[in-house]
Write a protein that binds this ligand. Structure first.
Ligand SMILES: Cc1cc2nc3c(=O)[nH]c(=O)nc-3n(C[C@H](O)[C@H](O)[C@H](O)COP(=O)(O)OP(=O)(O)OC[C@H]3O[C@@H](n4cnc5c(N)ncnc54)[C@H](O)[C@@H]3O)c2cc1C
Length: 444
């Protein structure tokens, strides 16, 4: 077995594997316009999809990105895409809500979550985005036997609301899907798969720019001030007046943008890429090439690379700031626990990025008086955040005051004692990790 010292392949890189094929472009130094109908803060999927929709409606849109366009989570993710699965898992009952009301609310969210995947598929098709989208299906692998039972009860509603074509895979049949013995069965969602997230971003950015959107990098928004008839957006490169502003900063939302940073908790999440594997070894791990995500509290997720030759393995390796070397070692250990046959395989890339969690575990769109937001991916935003950016753009174009979809649900809930400092994550994350390990040991 490789010791922690020799897990790194020669030429190992602390940056996303995806950037070998598409790297976030240089920001450029174009002069900032002095005025725009809509200024969008944050240049990831959410921001560029919002800009694309606005431009298609003939509305002037400028995206301001603090660094290089796409440098946030959008070019760093695992590239797994599905509609609806996570929403159902996290749909907690609201205070004072009857079971019927909860079911109705959940069904509406599931339908919109399914629409999010269709939206991204339609963009890929319409703009001929070469991002290796493969509808291979996605497995949620069960960490505990009781997870299998609870997922079984969700299948009917999931299929009825999303058309996901989902079914349970019992433990004795799981060997056909995955070369690991640590799981207690799985749920298979056929209407799901994986893509190259950075190439998807590149295609979306090109589509938004071709439609006339200006996407300006190296421009951090420092403050947003309401004025009569609009807003003044103060940036590191000057001030822009805008009638409306959209905040699309997800896991990178800072105190510059008002109170929102108290509503979305940034959590770092990490990935590694293995060196190219012999074809029979790659096939022994994921013979059906599905995307995989686990039912644990602290989730690990993985898939093969678009060419099927590497394993890309991710998770919340650490809850305090850590180097890519450290997180690579932690993820490597987790990978070998699931796939001991990978012992001796080396890692070529290790990277991380931020996702944004909310107290109700739901993504949100909302806002008032011309200041909108789309935030809170809760770890899963390739489809959802793209769709929410598009939805905010539609809402502005339609001049609508009504909710545009089931995620347009008023204020993001806050916590009176959360001020944007994430000191507590270490304690909670470590406790969840310990519980995952203990429960799994007991179930064997
Ligand atoms: C390692 C990892 C794996 C993931 N895997 C998956 C997956 O397999 N499937 C899935 O669905 N989701 C996954 N996600 C989540 C997904 O990547 C995100 O939900 C999605 O990219 C969010 O897009 P976004 O545009 O909202 O935010 P981002 O892409 O993060 O963009 C926000 C941008 O805002 C900019 N910004 C912040 N503050 C300012 C400011 N003041 N002024 C100007 N700009 C600012 C930042 O620089 C950043 O570029 C993963 C995320 C990570 C990090």
């Amino acid at each position: 077995m490789a010791s922690s010292a020799d897990i790194f392949a020669p030429g190992f890189q602390s940056r996303p594997y995806w950037w070998e094929a598409y790297e976030p472009p240089e920001p450029g130094e174009d002069a900032l316009p002095r005025h725009a109908d809509v200024v969008i803060v944050g240049g990831g999927y959410t921001g560029v999809c919002c800009a694309l929709t606005l431009r298609e409606a003939g509305i002037d849109a400028v995206v301001l990105e603090a660094g290089r366009p796409g440098q946030g989570a959008s070019t760093r993710s695992g590239g797994q895409m599905s509609g609806g699965v996570n929403v159902q898992k996290k749909a907690l009952a609201a205070v004072g809500e009857s079971p019927e009301q909860r079911e109705t609310r959940l069904a509406a969210r599931l339908r919109d979550a399914a629409a999010s995947m269709r939206y991204v598929e339609s963009l890929i098709e319409r703009h001929r985005i070469d991002c290796g989208w493969q509808k291979t299906g996605r497995l949620t692998t069960m960490w505990l036997p009781q997870h299998y039972e609870s997922w079984k009860h969700r299948m009917d509603q999931l299929n009825a609301c999303t058309g996901s074509n989902a079914r349970m895979i019992p433990p004795e049949e799981l060997g056909r899907e995955i070369g690991s013995t640590v799981y207690h069965g799985a749920a298979l969602i056929e209407q799901a798969g994986h893509l190259h997230p950075a190439r998807l971003y590149g295609g979306m950015l090109a589509a938004a720019r071709a439609a006339g959107a200006r996407v300006q990098g190296n421009t951090r928004v420092r403050a947003i001030e309401r004025t009569t008839g609009g807003h003044e957006v103060h940036t590191t490169r000057g001030t822009i007046r805008a009638q409306q502003v959209v905040i699309a900063t997800n896991g990178y939302t800072g105190p510059d943008l008002g109170d929102l940073h108290r509503k979305v908790v940034p959590i770092a999440t990490y990935m590694i890429a293995t060196e190219e594997l012999p074809p029979d070894l790659a096939a022994s791990i994921l013979p059906t090439n599905r995307a995989v995500s686990e039912s644990r509290r602290v989730v690990n997720h993985y898939r093969l690379s678009p060419d099927g030759r590497r394993l890309l393995f991710g998770g919340r390796a650490r809850f305090t700031p850590a180097s890519e070397d450290t997180t690579a070692r932690l993820l490597y250990r987790a990978m070998l626990k699931r796939f001991p046959q990978l012992a001796g395989t080396r890692i070529t890339h290790s990277w991380g990025g931020n996702v944004a969690m909310t107290l109700d575990a739901m993504p949100h769109i909302g806002g008032s008086d011309g200041l909108h937001y789309a935030l809170g991916c809760n770890g899963s935003g390739v489809a959802m955040m793209s769709y929410l950016g598009h939805s905010v753009g539609r809402k502005i174009a339609l001049r609508s005051r009504d909710p545009i979809n089931a995620f347009d649900m008023g204020e993001i809930p806050g916590h009176p004692f959360y001020f944007g400092n994430t000191w507590f994550l270490f304690a909670i994350g470590s406790w969840y990790q310990a519980r995952d390990a203990y429960d799994h040991w007991r179930a064997r």
